[in-house]
Design a protein around this ligand. Structure first.
Ligand code: ADP
Length: 148
């Protein structure tokens, strides 16, 4: 088994910070490339044909720019000394974008927190984590915060 590329999707929550330690350690041990991905949740109406108003597009562009800044500073301590880190911000429906990113970039392992910003409403997994586990093209390591 080879782990050459790892995807770590993050919503900057406590749940995903817990998972970051595993992503950093496994990337280090395997000498793997590590992608950090944040998805700006873009509202798409059912059917997918909704075209956002231009002013919405500007709002999303601002959100992407701000998120990129936050992601660039994210996990600097935990990831110290690791080479080959890529930090990406994309737009869309987070769980779909995460799975597509994993396919498009031939990711070998996804490491994801079981819960994110919304927290407690589901017992085992939050909705993003649940979808990613079911649809990912590669193995998924889920990391639970002790309080869940
Ligand atoms: P909850 O429903 O508790 O918010 P989620 O399933 O949405 O839980 O979150 C689980 C994990 O999914 C997070 O720890 C994070 O790693 C990832 N995640 C959630 N939202 C995003 C997002 N917008 N971009 C990237 N990763 C995300």
């Amino acid at each position: 088994m080879e782990i050459r590329s790892i995807l770590f999707p993050t919503d900057f929550s406590e749940g995903s910070s817990q998972a970051l330690q595993y992503a950093a350690d496994i990337a280090r041990r395997y000498g793997a490339k590590l992608y950090l991905l944040y998805v700006v949740h873009e509202i798409v109406e059912a059917g997918g044909w909704y075209v956002p108003h231009p002013s919405m597009d500007n709002i999303y562009k601002d959100l992407v720019r701000d998120a990129q800044k936050e992601l660039d500073e994210y996990g600097l301590e935990e990831l110290k000394g690791l080479n080959g880190i890529e930090r990406r911000v994309l737009r869309g429906v987070p769980h779909e974008v995460i799975v597509k990113f994993a396919s498009d970039n031939r990711i070998d392992l996804i490491i994801i927190g079981t819960h994110g910003r919304k927290g407690i409403d589901r017992i085992l997994f939050g909705s993003t984590a649940a979808y990613v586990v079911r649809h990912a093209p590669c193995p998924v390591l889920t990391v639970r915060l002790p309080k869940y």
